[in-house]
Design a protein around this ligand. Sequence first.
Ligand SMILES: C[S@@+](CC[C@H](N)C(=O)[O-])C[C@H]1O[C@@H](n2cnc3c(N)ncnc32)[C@H](O)[C@@H]1O
Length: 243
Amino acid sequence: MTRKIWSRLSHGHDRERNAARAWAAEHAENLDAWGNAVDPVLWREGGEFARALADRVRPRMEALAAMGVDLGGGGGVELLYLLTRIVRPALALETGVAAGWSTAAMLAAMRANGTGRLMSSDFPFFRLANPERYIGYVVPNDLRSRWSLRTKGDRRNLEEFLSPDTMVDLVHYDSDKTRAGREFFLRRVRPHLTGRHVMVMDDIQDNLVFREHAERQSLFRVFAYEGKYIGVTGSGLRAVERR
Ligand SMILES: C[S@@+](CC[C@H](N)C(=O)[O-])C[C@H]1O[C@@H](n2cnc3c(N)ncnc32)[C@H](O)[C@@H]1O
């Protein structure tokens, strides 16, 4: 009986995952072409930042890898850099930090903007001793003054970050990829989105939550990225594209 229920549930998940991947593939655009069309100068600036950061941390990452520590790669660094440069958020929110590639991109773009603060939510995930010390490992020290990090998991962190009058212009969701995690986040963050916000969601091929959300919006974008898909929505997206 338990096996039957389990098998039904996992088939349901497989079906949803397959449908989500097919939908994402059908809507996917080329990220590089989009970034260049939106702003070739800032797109190039983001690419240069991503390469410089990777070069800078490579020796330390290789040393960790030799000790069997793999902190994982980041998602959509150039996209987040570009969006942060264009939206110029006063306040941005991200979930899912891990090594901190996306965090570093948003903070570097804020420094170039000369304005902005970033709130990041994570929990210690690395299966290592003192996992907290690796959260945001690649974020350069000189970018950290604009950054607030909480590591108690999204539910508790968002309670702390999102007081009733907190409003965010840019959101990056890259933490709990389950349906329940994404739905909770969308519900929790909705009252805190400004009328010019942009939202980026990673790994949208995992389930249909992004599709359901995106199809209620007037504009959305899907980008293929390293075998996965990134979704972008938000009332500020049209203005980003109209520059
Ligand atoms: C894919 S990684 C993030 C990668 C990161 N954005 C980057 O570009 O380097 C996902 C992270 O989300 C965290 N995470 C997963 N579920 C979470 C939850 N419920 N609350 C907070 N963080 C969570 C994991 O611990 C992990 O650090």
